[in-house]
Design a protein around this ligand. Structure first.
Ligand code: SAM
Length: 272
């Protein structure tokens, strides 16, 4: 009996050790690719939250974030939670996607976009804008696509104000530097300006801590690494602070937690 238990323990610890080793290798590849990227792009003045998305890293993004991290670190499935949530709120005639990454969500929305005449993409990083545009085009979207290189901490250009039925910001807020109580109200107020009066702003963000937010071992490793490098700025982001920031800008707010990810919808922007 004791021998069997020792053998079982041996097998378990070997398997656990193997998983741990794979995760550590994965983290160190990310760390190395970030270091080489800083070396290559040190002249570009961009926050690390946007600078990390070089064309090379965008090739890895879907597998690293949308497949591996969403399933095992953040426990919020891309295909069964985030993509249906993206589809649910899409507006009829014009949609604005902010913080576009590889353009996965718009490109997977060509059918729901069939009546949407315009999709506008806003991002600080030019590489993400061109990647997302060509992906959306290749997926078969027939309407107009506008690219706007813009920092969400700045007010939107006049041409984008009051135009959109829906504004999405998926995995943007947790990348931005600063506490939610500072960055949230600024960024949400800027983006609320893009909405028509009956429009909806919605999105998803990874939380750092607080009631209901419990990171697993893999999540804690990634959170530590990304926050140290400035790729994330969410160590202190809580659900309450997110809700407060949304309620400061909108009359109607809904927020729910899946894994460690907050999904939010906000309607009826408050007058400034
Ligand atoms: C984690 S990616 C999210 C990509 C995509 N929405 C998704 O969920 O897969 C964050 C995106 O936000 C952009 N970004 C970061 N900081 C920004 C800023 N200050 N203004 C505008 N875009 C920013 C990055 O360039 C990147 O494309």
């Amino acid at each position: 009996m004791i021998r069997r238990m020792i053998r079982l323990y041996g097998t378990w610890s070997a398997e656990y050790g193997l998983i741990r080793t794979h995760v550590l290798i994965f983290c160190s590849i990310l760390e190395k690719s970030h270091k080489s990227l800083i070396g290559l792009t040190h002249r570009v003045s961009m926050d690390p939250s946007a600078r990390i998305y070089s064309r090379f890293n965008l090739h890895l993004y879907d597998i690293v974030v949308l497949v591996v991290s969403n399933a095992w670190a953040w426990r919020c499935s891309t295909t069964s939670t985030l993509l249906p949530f993206f589809h649910k709120n899409l507006g009829e005639s014009a949609h604005l996607d902010v913080g576009v990454g590889t353009g996965y969500y718009p490109a997977k929305s060509v059918h729901p976009f069939s009546k949407t005449g315009n999709v506008t993409l806003v991002d600080l990083n030019e590489a993400t804008l061109s990647t997302a545009t060509s992906r959306l085009r290749h997926a078969g979207y027939k309407g107009t696509i506008d690219e706007v290189q813009h920092n969400v901490f700045q007010p939107l250009p006049e041409s984008l104000r009051g135009r959109f039925d829906s504004v999405s910001l998926f995995y943007l807020l947790h990348c931005l530097p600063g506490r939610m109580e500072d960055k949230g109200p600024k960024v949400l107020a800027n983006l609320a300006d893009a909405l028509r009066p009956d429009g909806v702003l919605y999105g998803a963000t990874i939380l750092g801590r607080g009631p209901g937010v419990s990171h697993n071992w893999f999540g804690r490793r990634l959170m530590g690494l990304y926050n140290k490098k400035g790729i994330f700025g969410n160590a202190d982001d809580t659900l309450d602070e997110l809700k407060r920031a949304l309620e400061g800008c909108f009359e109607e707010v809904e927020v729910k937690l899946v894994g460690v990810v907050a999904l939010f919808e906000a309607r009826r922007p408050k007058m400034k």
